[in-house]
Design a binder for this molecule. Sequence first.
Ligand SMILES: Nc1ncnc2c1ncn2[C@@H]1O[C@H](COP(=O)(O)OP(=O)(O)OP(=O)(O)O)[C@@H](O)[C@H]1O
Ligand SMILES: [Mg+2]
Length: 247
Amino acid sequence: MVTIALYNLKGGVGKTASCVNFAYLAAADGFKTLLWDIDPQGSSSFYYKAKPKVHPGIKKLITKDALLENAILSSDFELLDVIPADNSSKSFDIMLEEMKGNKNRLKGVLKQLEKEYDFVFIDCPPGFSALSENIFHAADIVLMPVIPTTLSIRTYNMVKDYFKEKDVDMAKMMCFFTMADLRKNMHNELIQELNKDKRFFQNFIPYLSDVEKMGIHKAPIMEFANSSYAAKCYRELWTEIKEGVLE
Ligand SMILES: Nc1ncnc2c1ncn2[C@@H]1O[C@H](COP(=O)(O)OP(=O)(O)OP(=O)(O)O)[C@@H](O)[C@H]1O
Ligand SMILES: [Mg+2]
């Protein structure tokens, strides 16, 4: 089982859009896949129309003897399951409290799924917290979408510093450019500069309105615009990530 957390300290960079598309592509490739929407905003759950009738509550999910399988729903797509978000702010606070005491709590919980799934994708909220620390320790890969702008580079460096401070394996941190506009000199220059870091995949996601339309269709891009350029970019990036991960 490979756990990939879509994360960035910065909000609105394409974590959810990417998580939803990668999970779809992994399942379409024949891998048993789970998407865990751990962000109380519930955006991935929205795209997958996943709403539990009775949610066990995230607090229960992360306690030691919790049964994660009670929270898992099947999606409309073969081989793809979803744990929808728990959007109650109270239970989110309680979960953070639990995680403050144990940076490996999430890692322990995910162990239950080891035999069930090939890929687990976690859609993370932005920011640093006890949750992000738990996610960094639990994930095999912390996959960061990075917009090639000055402020994004600043947050990218802050995440690197945080990894060092919290003693997280830097090799887990992998990145790709998103919302890139190659007509802009600044985007080109920053992409070249950051590529020196050897942490970025070669394929990237440009700024494309088809990605925004996922909100209208409430679906991964391949479901409503499979022959679009945006779908092609996501497919090629996923292939590169998959090969990098499974090698
Ligand atoms: N490549 C892209 N081109 C154009 N628009 C995009 C692209 N990627 C994402 N978007 C749009 O940008 C907005 C933010 O994307 P998304 O919700 O995926 O970001 P996020 O990082 O998950 O945000 P949050 O931090 O709030 O969870 C959405 O409206 C989405 O449709
Ligand atoms: Mg999001």
